[in-house]
Design a protein around this ligand. Sequence first.
Ligand SMILES: Cc1cc2nc3c(=O)[nH]c(=O)nc-3n(C[C@H](O)[C@H](O)[C@H](O)COP(=O)(O)OP(=O)(O)OC[C@H]3O[C@@H](n4cnc5c(N)ncnc54)[C@H](O)[C@@H]3O)c2cc1C
Length: 362
Amino acid sequence: MQHFDVAIIGLGPAGAALARQLAGSLNVIALDKKQRDGNKGFKKPCGGLLAPDAQRAFIRAGITLPVQVMADPQIFSVRTVDVQSAIERNYQRCYLNIDRHAFDLWMKSLIPPSVTVHHDALCRKIWREDGLWHLVFSAEGQETQITCRYLVGADGANSMVRRVLYPGHEIRQYVALQQWFKDRHPAPFYSCIFDNTTTDCYAWSISKDGYFIFGGAFAPKHSRENFAALKTRLESVNFHFGEALKSEKCTVLCPSHWSDFVCGKENAFLIGEAAGFISASSLEGISYALDSAEILSGILCAAPKDACAVYRRKTLGLRVKLLGKIVKNKCLTTPWLRRLIMQSGIANIPLTPEGQSKQAEA
Ligand SMILES: Cc1cc2nc3c(=O)[nH]c(=O)nc-3n(C[C@H](O)[C@H](O)[C@H](O)COP(=O)(O)OP(=O)(O)OC[C@H]3O[C@@H](n4cnc5c(N)ncnc54)[C@H](O)[C@@H]3O)c2cc1C
């Protein structure tokens, strides 16, 4: 049975960043459900917007984004719609519009060959025995068992590692539904939609490479009906849908308490969304995935005595920031408070007559 210093489960942004940063320092194995390249197999449903904090993680790592990861066009504002009170505002946002699957594959391609990577692989079983972590995974039609000193759960919202470490632990979660349409709006735009009659979270739209992506986070009960109802309500404010070319569905975490964030124990660590590190107000998670990977890589390379305690301490700032997002989520999803904020006009960028006519056409 092969033994490794570190086993990373999941190569989304969190796991891929960590594998890249540990390469050369430790003996690392990384397992990922996605295929190495191409358009087949598992793809993470996502809006594909790279927030400034994620851009900062790339600045720190000295990495620039290749053009094949970028989507068209780049948009500078978010049309924010409160459906119930019919208020609309335009807020500036400095997101990069990216092709999420191309981004994930590119991040995996940055992992140096010294890391043993299994693509199209599924971790099936994890347990602790004799002070080591054991795991069984299937890849290329066979099951393999390995051991490792450090185990890292970078396996996203439905993290198997989190379920093994914290069996009874529940983080508030929604069903994220997304559909892709041919974009029939004359002017591309991003939107952020609040409508408490269909969801107590929020919905969004993104124009990307000729497609119009519409998605939202809904309570599990009646999620599809509420998604359809919201689409109908938005048609009256000039959203055009037509025939859905692709439908996607997955779980998205939306932390609501400090205790929702879990860092790991007994030489097992959680990074990215597996740890509950995702913004409750925007559901933006790539930056927290990159930041938590960066924190953990520094710790594992230094190999301190109680690495889990050090990781917990060093992620305190990140968790406090995410707590702020929980407070922001409460403000934005409370109808009267949201109305007050939007009516105040704070940070709104009013449209010129030219901008208004473009939006009216849309
Ligand atoms: C609909 C939707 C839209 C979103 N839009 C945005 C956005 O625009 N911008 C943003 O910043 N965030 C967005 N998010 C959040 C963001 O996608 C996640 O927070 C982010 O991807 C978390 O990164 P991660 O690496 O922790 O996990 P993930 O990206 O989920 O990666 C986990 C990986 O683990 C692998 N995996 C899981 N289980 C196993 C297993 N048992 N064995 C092997 N491999 C496994 C999978 O291959 C997966 O790729 C969105 C989320 C959703 C659901």
